[in-house]
Design a protein around this ligand. Structure first.
Ligand code: FES
Length: 76
């Protein structure tokens, strides 16, 4: 194998698995957050299945929500 095609990290790879238990990819999680305007891990579990196993990916799911979910500004 040509070593120039080997990546040390899978960050940014659309097939990167975020939830190993349910085999849900980063691309699936981001797409569902953006299309369905999901805002909670509970929502992600409901629509993707991600996080429905051992729960160790919940912290990562929260990061994706923080990065990709629409931010609602509080009206005071
Ligand atoms: S890795 Fe997501 S529930 Fe286990």
């Amino acid at each position: 194998m040509d070593p120039s095609h080997v990546h040390e990290s899978c960050d940014g790879c659309p097939a990167k698995i975020v939830c190993r238990c349910l085999r849900v990819t980063e691309a699936q999680v981001v797409r569902m957050i953006e299309r369905l305007e999901l805002r909670t891990v509970h929502d992600l579990r409901k629509y993707t299945g991600a996080g429905d196993g051992c729960t160790c990916c919940h912290e990562k799911l929260e990061e994706y929500l923080g990065k990709h979910a629409c931010q609602i500004e509080a009206v005071v």
